[in-house]
Design a protein around this ligand. Structure first.
Ligand code: PPE
Length: 305
């Protein structure tokens, strides 16, 4: 259960958590056209709170809306501010922030011309997405029988509500078989991403991750590549097959919710030593130092509230 905060920002105003309700004819609820973000705010080493890469997330929200031809009735600056204000109003020092743009009620059917474009910002406490143990020791990943979206079926660069049905099918399938997270292959059979994370392998000290062709352009993925570059670890963005993961030295996932999670097994094959490897650990450490404001080099990634 999500732990309630006091307020939710809805269409420019604060409403109490329990009153943030919508009509049953809300269009997004019926057809899945909506866009959203997931952002984390951390309590920093100096006691202040910083939202991590806030403008980049809000920019991606606007990109998603642009792809989906949804005209957000607020500016990027206003949504940035709404995120800051919501945390302040709720006296939160750490949170997961969920901006959501959705089509309200009005017309039904597949050509909702005049339905209002509504915006919410919700903030709640969200612990380790794939478990504390997963974060520390690594998770068991399983290739799903569901294929990731073909680029002409769904818009993979947009974080669209409806895109996540595919993720839910994949995740539910593998969890029911006893695994922690699902890996999805693209329509040509190459590794795409996990149900809610980007994926990386490490082989002979070099990082490899799928190109942005058919996956969500993860902001954490961008952090990983920046941190790798700054740590002197080389990387390639290139497609690869699932068996290349089987014989990798290390595999890890990245995402706002999942942060930097090591993978210790894929499809019942252990990866490398079966424990988080040295490159994964280095990147993970560097990531947590960055989000907590412990490395001045990445100060530009933080919005203090
Ligand atoms: N791929 C997918 C499909 C995805 O959903 C996410 C984020 C990523 C990659 C990584 O993107 P980024 O967060 O910008 O590094 N998944 C969000 C959903 C979590 C949820 O269950 O809800 C997240 O991590 O916030």
């Amino acid at each position: 259960m999500v732990e309630k905060a006091q307020y939710i920002w809805l269409d420019g105003k604060f409403v109490s958590w329990d009153q943030a309700q919508v009509h049953i004819l809300t269009h997004t609820l019926h057809y899945g056209l909506g866009v959203f973000e997931g952002i984390r705010a951390y309590r920093c080493a100096d006691g202040r709170t910083a939202i991590f890469r806030l403008p980049e997330h809000i920019h991606r929200l606007f990109d998603s809306a642009h792809i989906m031809q949804m005209d957000i009735p607020f500016s990027e600056a206003e949504i940035n501010q709404a995120c800051i204000d919501t945390m302040k109003k709720n006296h939160q020092t750490e949170a997961y922030l969920r901006p959501l743009v959705f089509l309200g009620d009005g017309s039904m059917g597949l050509y909702p011309k005049d339905n209002p474009i509504r915006v919410a910002v919700i903030t709640w406490l969200w612990g380790a997405y794939l478990g504390d143990e997963g974060l520390r020791l690594g998770i068991r990943l399983k290739t799903s029988s569901f294929t990731r979206h073909h680029v002409n079926v769904m818009m993979t660069k947009a974080k669209v509500v409806g895109n996540y049905v595919n993720s839910i099918l994949a995740k539910r399938e593998v969890i029911r078989s006893g695994y922690d997270e699902a890996l999805l292959l693209d329509s040509a059979g190459y590794v795409a991403e996990a149900s809610g994370e980007n994926i990386f392998l490490v082989k002979n000290g070099v990082i490899k991750t799928p190109p942005l062709t058919a996956i969500l352009p993860g902001i954490t993925r961008d952090c990983v590549l920046t941190l790798a570059r700054d740590l002197g670890i080389s990387y390639q963005e290139d497609r690869f097959t699932r068996d290349e993961l089987y014989i990798a030295d290390e595999v890890f996932l990245s995402g706002t919710a999942a942060e930097l999670t090591p993978v210790r097994q894929l499809d019942d094959r252990s990866i490398g030593s079966g424990r988080p490897g040295p490159v994964t650990q280095k990147i993970q450490e560097a990531y947590f130092a960055a989000v907590k404001g412990e490395n001045p080099r990445y100060a530009a990634w933080l919005t203090y509230i």
